[in-house]
Design a protein around this ligand. Structure first.
Ligand code: CA
Ligand code: CA
Ligand code: CA
Length: 217
């Protein structure tokens, strides 16, 4: 009986992590000055295995998620973060180190709509091959005061805004794995600042990203 179970166990532990292991964690969409080439999006892999992000889609917009998209390329390490965008990196956008350096085009919208200055814009992560106009995103952050366009979130329902629109030079940043967000005055690319389940283990302390990551190596 043991001989039969062992290969099965190995097989299950080696399975690819679920897409739910991927979370949006921070978005820089409003540079002081022209935004072009300075915007970025940060993605966290909470799983205990690397994920090949090739084909995943980051999409953004105000009316829907079809305003702009970028198809991801590359791998995110276990319990690690991935930053896509740029390719500009200055103190003004937090000196990001890009895992995928690509100009996000057109630029991510900065909140507000022609008819509603508090109307939300949003950024979402979609699975490979998804139709960003029809499918439910894996995760989304909706920023603004109201959601007049009815942008959906990861539940598939029209989402309440997660956070107010960030002023230029700031980011919207996730503050919990469960999905709370806040405005971060100093951009923090390449790291996350909240504890999260990683590899099935809940970190026991709030530490810097370096100490958190080293505890899994
Ligand atoms: Ca922008
Ligand atoms: Ca751009
Ligand atoms: Ca961050």
């Amino acid at each position: 009986m043991i001989k039969l179970l062992l290969p099965l166990t190995v097989c299950c532990c080696a399975a690819a992590p679920a897409a739910a292991d991927l979370l949006l964690t921070e978005v820089f969409y409003d540079y002081v000055g022209v935004d072009d080439t300075y915007e970025w999006v940060e993605i966290l892999n909470t799983g205990d295995a690397p994920v090949d992000l090739t084909g995943y889609i980051v999409a953004w917009g105000g009316t829907d998620y079809g305003y702009g998209t970028v198809v991801l390329q590359g791998q995110v390490e276990a319990c690690g973060v991935f930053v896509v965008g740029g390719p500009g990196s200055t103190a003004g956008n937090g000196n990001p180190v890009f895992d995928q350096a690509v100009d996000l085009n057109p630029d991510i919208q900065n909140g507000g709509t022609p008819t509603d200055p508090t109307g939300a814009d949003a950024v979402a992560l979609f699975a490979p091959g998804a139709n960003v106009l029809a499918d439910v995103p894996l995760d989304a952050v909706i920023y603004g005061g109201t959601n007049p366009s009815g942008l959906i979130d990861e539940t598939g329902q029209v989402g309440a805004p997660d956070v107010e629109d960030a002023p230029n030079g700031s980011t919207v940043a996730r503050t919990s794995a469960a999905g709370s967000w806040s405005i971060r005055e100093v951009p923090g690319p390449n790291s996350v600042d909240f504890s999260y389940v990683c590899g099935g283990t809940v970190p026991t302390r709030d530490g810097s990203w370096g100490t958190l990551k080293s505890s899994y190596r």
